[in-house]
Design a protein. Sequence first.
Length: 150
Amino acid sequence: MEPEKLGQRAAHTIFERRNPGKTIGTGSHTSIALSNLKKSDLKHWDEWYCATVRRRGGDPDIGPKLPLLLKDRGFINVAACAVQRMSLIAEMKLISPLTSENVADAAVAEGLTTTEEVSQIVDSLYEYAQNPDTFSGLPRVVQAWGRRPL
């Protein structure tokens, strides 16, 4: 199923199962730009990460779509916010290499990258995270909520 259709179906299911008058919240994240990372590494990482998520039935860009998905399914008083924690501290910047390591096997299985390329990019991401002069952090988290009408 296409990721957009999957999101619509999920919003419809949530609406149908939610009691009238009750509020529902949802959230998603989107990838971040790592400004000091080699552009080729960032480009390849973003390409295979997003393609892997799509091939596995997800939508890596669903965050900004969440409010409209809720409205389109009949929720009222829909609102949303976005948060992106950033830091110079290494621990905050480890989400990218850790995510890459956890998605690597799926990306290789999908034929989107090689083990060697993943290893090179993960090493670059860890080096980036350890650099005290780089400013980065968590992906942008989008949250949306609304109430099912009575």
